[in-house]
Design a protein. Structure first.
Lengths: 192, 124
């Protein structure tokens, strides 16, 4: 990962979020509060606008800009969760860590904030699978899809979906889906 | 003794305002900052408004209450960004904030307030 790839990553992620906005909201309707599409759409629009205006020159500047905008503009639970992730990544980048370790620190910060474990049917399930794959140099689009799809049969233990208990079974978790988009576009930015 | 205030973060403007009205009945002199919803009347919570509530309080020591999980997460992020001492209580938002405010008004210290809040954890 470098600054050019990072900017490309955010542009691609924004495109996907805007394209899939209605689907994200649809996923969030039976098991959440129907705001995930709008929240992510608003947040990513601000991230891309801030990149254009502030023209970050280093990966660290970019991660800081992403953190601030997601934290302030996304709202709901996704704002502090994605904001925490990028804040952790920024700090790990400052410490000179490798990209796999940077992503892992992002995951740890999400878990610190949201207290979710593997199998709770949240974005954490996708982050755990991706971090492990990146550590082993085995990240593929199929692996990301499988991790997202794997949240479907689970019963939600965290977040708004946990209030509906068994009724959450059979639905893909919206945060897992948006995290899937985040990592699909990361992979595309790194390889295309 | 350092001045202690109260912060309440709710997803809904009317809930926050309603609790505020209720509390003022028993704690006219306590600094109570409430946040309800986002962008005035949309449902939700945000980091920015939680931080603003903490900063707007005249108190340096704050007892914080919230309604649903994402309000707590935004409060946690905000308290990490602030120099003030903020403690979040996982208790029913109306009873918890009402009890804390009434006790603060009566000059009760934080330790004794926490003893009363602790009892609210019990499910009978």
């Amino acid at each position: 990962m470098n600054i050019e790839m990072g900017i490309r990553w955010m542009e691609l992620f924004n495109e996907e979020i805007q394209n899939e906005k209605n689907y994200l909201t649809q996923l969030d309707t039976p098991i959440g509060d129907s705001d995930h599409g709008n929240n992510m759409s608003r947040g990513m629009a601000h991230v891309v606008k801030a990149i254009e205006e502030q023209k970050p020159e280093t990966l660290n500047e970019l991660l800081k800009l992403i953190t601030t905008n997601l934290l302030s503009k996304v709202g709901g639970a996704s704002g502090p969760l994605y904001g925490s992730a990028f804040m952790g990544m920024m700090k790990a980048e400052t410490a000179g860590e490798e990209w796999a370790k940077i992503l892992k620190t992002g995951l740890e910060n999400i878990q610190k904030r949201g207290k979710a474990e593997q199998g709770d049917k949240t974005m954490v399930d996708v982050w755990i699978a991706v971090v492990e794959a990146v550590e082993n140099g085995e990240l593929t689009h199929e692996l990301i899809d499988e991790a997202v799809e794997a949240t479907k049969p689970l019963k939600a233990k965290k977040g708004r979906a946990s209030y509906v208990g068994d009724r959450s079974i059979g639905h893909i978790d919206p945060g897992a889906y948006s995290s899937g988009l985040l990592f699909h576009t990361m992979l595309r930015a790194e390889t295309e | 003794m350092e001045k202690t205030g109260i912060i309440i973060v709710s997803h809904v403007y009317e809930i926050a305002e309603g609790i505020h009205r209720l509390i003022k009945e028993v704690a006219a002199d306590v600094d109570v900052q409430v946040v309800g919803g986002v962008d005035i009347k949309e449902i939700g919570t945000s980091f920015d408004t939680a931080l603003a509530a903490i900063n707007n309080s005249s108190a340096k020591n704050l007892l914080a209450f919230y309604d649903l999980g994402s309000a707590k997460m935004n409060l946690e992020m905000a308290m990490e960004m602030s120099d003030k001492t903020v403690k979040i209580y996982d208790v029913p938002v109306v009873e918890g904030s009402y009890t804390a405010a009434a006790l603060l008004q009566a000059g009760v210290n934080q330790e004794n307030i926490e003893e009363q809040l602790e009892e609210m954890h019990n499910v009978k």
